[in-house]
Design a protein around this ligand. Structure first.
Ligand SMILES: C[S@@+](CC[C@H](N)C(=O)[O-])C[C@H]1O[C@@H](n2cnc3c(N)ncnc32)[C@H](O)[C@@H]1O
Length: 298
């Protein structure tokens, strides 16, 4: 399909009315091998049960029949369930995986993989609770399926340059950034605000200008990360997205769970969607590189 046709199809898809969401987020496991200092998932975990492979297959087939086209697989750590990943790959038009990179996603699974790296070795290990940095680096080396996805908090916002160097030196496809979203309505020591948020956004703009080939951001996206202009019309609040935990309970309003303070949202997914809706042409080109035709059918 030509780039122009893909572009038009995407706009049409954004406006289409549907009976069932086209994009579904599945937490395919209720297990994780790490306990990260900023992670919402442990706070929202309601059960240690998870569906079997056969049960996931049934769910995926039912949802595909109802109109779901793309699946995002997360957890917990989705690398613990490679066969569930393969089932989703075979049923949907496209899948995306969010992983901590400690378990290499097998090479037969050719799709976009977002790997959470939160800083250079000492910072990453501090945030992630164990010494896993070297193992992750070994697993991701020269793997072009991978985009690094740090979550910026007060612990690591000074390491943006270092993170871009890690992306460059490890030979992955690129790097994008989210900022930490709080569960608290009051003070939260991890949340970037005021001068710290300004400093982080200025650093992002600088690294984007120097590394446009690997930094998956645009000036408009960075502005939205700062102003949070997206959150009242967030993509996750609409009808085209739904998120399930590992026992198929719906998570509302999004994966971060019911206590999320949306006014602090720094999630790159609704932010990119907002930029696309604002006709940010750079975001459209970026989106095409994030989700290329070789991995995703429209
Ligand atoms: C919950 S993890 C699950 C997938 C996998 N275990 C991993 O670590 O990537 C998904 C992503 O959410 C990010 N994350 C966790 N808590 C967050 C929060 N409160 N705000 C923003 N991102 C968060 C993690 O850093 C990770 O990139």
């Amino acid at each position: 399909m030509s780039k122009f046709l893909r572009f038009i199809t995407r706009i049409a898809n954004l406006k289409k009315k549907r009976n069932f969401p086209s994009v579904v987020n599945y937490e395919i496991t209720s297990r994780c091998n790490l306990k990260c200092e900023h992670c919402y998932w442990h706070k929202t975990l309601k059960s240690t049960k998870e569906l079997s492979n056969a049960e996931w297959e049934k769910v995926f087939l039912e949802h595909r029949k109802k109109g779901a086209t793309h699946a995002h697989l997360t957890g917990g750590e989705p690398g613990l369930r490679p066969n569930v990943i393969r089932l989703a790959r075979d049923i949907f038009k496209g899948i995306g995986i969010v992983s901590n990179g400690t378990i290499k996603i097998p090479n037969d699974i050719q799709t976009r993989i977002f790997v959470s790296i939160d800083g250079p070795a000492t910072i990453h290990n501090k945030i992630r609770g164990v010494k896993v940095f070297d193992k992750v680096m070994k697993n991701i080396k020269d793997d072009k399926r991978i985009i690094l996805t740090p979550t910026l908090t007060t612990t690591n916002y000074k390491y943006i340059d270092a993170l871009v160097k890690i992306a460059r030196n490890s030979g992955v496809e690129g790097i994008t950034f989210s900022t930490y979203t709080s569960h608290s309505k009051g003070k939260d020591s991890l949340l970037l605000q005021g001068k710290q948020l300004d400093e982080a956004m200025n650093s992002l703009l600088k690294v984007w200008k120097k590394n446009k080939d690997i930094v998956y951001l645009t000036p408009k996206i960075i502005k939205i990360l700062k102003t949070k202009a997206h959150y009242k019309t967030c993509f996750f609040l609409g009808n085209d997205f739904v998120s399930y935990d590992a026992t198929m309970n719906i998570k509302k309003p999004c994966v971060i769970g019911e206590d999320v303070n949306c006014s602090t949202c720094g999630c790159i997914v609704p932010i990119v969607t907002h930029a696309l809706k604002l006709a940010d042409v750079r975001a459209w080109f970026m989106f095409d590189r994030l989700f290329p035709e070789k991995y995703y059918k429209i």
